[in-house]
Design a binder for this molecule. Sequence first.
Ligand SMILES: *[C@@H]1O[C@H](CO)[C@@H](O)[C@H](O)[C@H]1NC(C)=O
Length: 247
Amino acid sequence: MKYILPTLSLVATAAAHGYVDTATIGGKQYTFYQPYQDPYMNPKVQRVSREIQGNGPVEDVTLADVQCGGYTAGGVSGSKPAALHADAAAGSEVTLNWTLWPDSHVGPLITYMARCPDTGCNDYMPGTAAVWFKIHEEGRSGTSNNWASNAIMKSPSVAKYTIPACLKPGYYLVRHETIALHSAYSYPGAQFYPGCHQLKVSGSGSTTPSSGLVAFPGAYKANDPGVTYDAYKAQTYTIPGPKVFTC
Ligand SMILES: *[C@@H]1O[C@H](CO)[C@@H](O)[C@H](O)[C@H]1NC(C)=O
């Protein structure tokens, strides 16, 4: 057995995954947190996105890491606030440019938001509070092999979401993810790739979503049909989490 373990871990490392590399928000281009460069920069680079620990997945839905990234197994539990916010108008579209995604890693694209304190998101950690509302989801087209993540498997590898037009202006944390389902037929197996960025939303809306809010961790369970799922079968896919908030 002792010869099998190193081989398996090598395979896991070789199967490179990814993260959101850059974004266009409010018509402006942003470089997101660069896990293989930013930790070594002096002075520290300020970003609108929260730090992630690499291009690997989170596989345990009960960990803080499922919120905005982290690597609890390596001693880094969850993420932490970023220094900056990106300005964006309510109702505008945001483009998230993923690193080119592996063809095998089929799954949904899902986006949540949470309102930050009026002082900003830059010292705000939601912890396990139910503060998140879902604003976007795309899954599988029926029983076909057309998955939302197919969009990030070719260049330009972009995912898009629209900031709800009715949102009250203020600071918001956005949690965007894909879930890779190629090994999700048993749990653990589904691979979560969450990342968070911070917005300063402008507009004339007055809505603060208050019902159906979820927590991360908490929103997903091991036995959710969207978390334990055989992607190799032609079967419909139920996206995990709450209903999408609409204005
Ligand atoms: C999108 O990300 C890729 C790297 O994954 C990068 O090469 C490319 O320049 C980015 N595109 C834009 C428009 O930022």
